[in-house]
Design a protein around this ligand. Sequence first.
Ligand code: GLN
Length: 237
Amino acid sequence: MNMFPEVLNLYGDRGNIICLQKRCVWRGIKANIFEYNLGAGQEILKSADIILLGGASDREQSIVYSHLINLKGLIKSLIEDGIVVLAICGGYQLLGEAYIDASGRAIKGLHLLDFITKAEGKRLIGNIIIETSLDVFPKTVVGYENHGGRTYHDYQPFGKVLKGHGNNGKDGFEGLIYKNVIGTYLHGPLLPKNPHIADFMIKKALERKYNLDSLEFQKLDDTLEYLAHNRVKELYM
Ligand code: GLN
């Protein structure tokens, strides 16, 4: 389920959904993409297996918040039930209590998780490489970040920063993991160059959908994907 794709789509975050769909289809798994737009109601969201909240500018974040807040209770219960969520940059910040912009104005978040984001000083921009805390191989995740906000939290981080800034440019951590929610500053789009993260999400979604303890599924030929992944490491690490 791609939430408000016309607004939450900085740096091609929609590419993540296309990547997930392709990787399902290549394995013979049917996968439909739904775009959640204004007035779509709650029922459609209840049937989702994966939710994408893409990045957005400060202005877009506050617009989307005013619509997402009506879905807060439902999204919270879906998260507690283990739905897979990928929340990127502005979408990640929306999961927290608030984003305080550079002028000190508070842009409300959904407060699904207990953290706050504050814009401080220069924007954190550039290529980023992290070592993820998820049980995947390889451990590295590559991407691109561009955010003014600094996020501070006590949850499990998505990873340790090897190159770049991450959550706040200070504590060396990037993103957040809560149940099957991945919050991250990594655009890219993230998933095409990190197929191990895409597959992690698909597996978790299938395990939840079919009530499975664990699932082994077909490996794909990711030669090209890892050529791109490794090239980023060669260039920037
Ligand atoms: N508005 C947020 C910030 O600058 C998020 C930007 C983004 O999604 N790239 O921190």
